[in-house]
Design a protein around this ligand. Sequence first.
Ligand code: TXA
Ligand code: MG
Length: 355
Amino acid sequence: MEINIGTHRRVQPRTVVRVSSCTTMRVITIQSDAPDQAAIDDAADVLRRGGLVAFPTETVYGLGANALDASAVARIFAAKGRPSYNPLIVHVPNEAAARELASAWPESASRLARAFWPGPLTVVVRKRDIVPDIVTAGLDSVALRVPAHPIALALLRTSGLPLAAPSANRSMALSPTIARHVVRSLGDRVELILDGGHTNVGIESTVVDLRGEQPVILRPGVINGYELEPYVGAIGLSPPAAGAAPRASPGMLDRHYAPRARVILFESADAPSVLAEVARARASGTVVGMLLIETRAGGANLLRMPNDALDYARRLYAYLHALDESNCDVIYVERVPAGPEWVGVRDRLERAARP
Ligand code: TXA
Ligand code: MG
């Protein structure tokens, strides 16, 4: 199975896709390294009018709305089918814009902003009143990040708006790493999609709560705790305990980041018996996909994964989306190594495998 995850496509003509009679969804293909200003202006207009625009960030595609407009943000929740207790990340163009939305900006936030922004790191700080409650699910905190993507940054600068943007998929499903995933998941629930090719990081940002005495990682990502510690000291690495109230750990909903197919994780050492099981399942008509770190055998829907955490993260969702598209009933995934650089990928795989 061939999946092209080559990075940003070159200049292509602007394309318009009309999807349904009630709403028109447009897809504009836009170059990532030098975004066409006319397309950015178009998207900024939609946002100023209170509409929804899906756009690439370096992690995954976001579904953006004006974060200061409660009714625009309500459209995000409706489009995603997202529970109202799960707060959104607000994207801003720089640290100064982040501070305008925060009622307290600890020294740790400044240090992390200088070290990692623009980049795949989200900080949770106390919010200002101008941030509507719907954005933060009624919490007195707000999650902020500066995305490292020229299209996202151009949109933030041109619109002059902070953009609330969760991943551009229906709630609980896999995040999109290409525009086609957005079309498939949200269809005409989104007014405009900026298609800037494949995202580079591939899994969602690391979320770190900076309100307490000790920073706590609420969601692991490709920036791990060891990389944060030089700037903020010791970090609480473990997410809140399972069963904690959703408001205390809003992003830690149990099944999340999951393909339609059932996901089963297995240890490398068990590969021979798993392969035998897969052969039996296939013989009885089950459509089986596999993600293996090493090549062990060929065959349909068997995808080889890189033995490098960043490369693996970049490909993971695209591969799971592809296996879903080929109607897999079940996907066997070889467990990834134990090192700290794998913590984000491991978290997503474990969530995807939850029943
Ligand atoms: O990489 C990303 O972060 C992507 C791109 C689009 O920026 N966005 C993303 O957003 O993944 P979303 O909404 O799918 O995930 C936001 C996460 C959730 O786990 C949510 O619970 C958490 O951030 N979050 C947001 N606001 C929070 C807050 N005030 N306190 C604690 N957690 C918060
Ligand atoms: Mg999401």
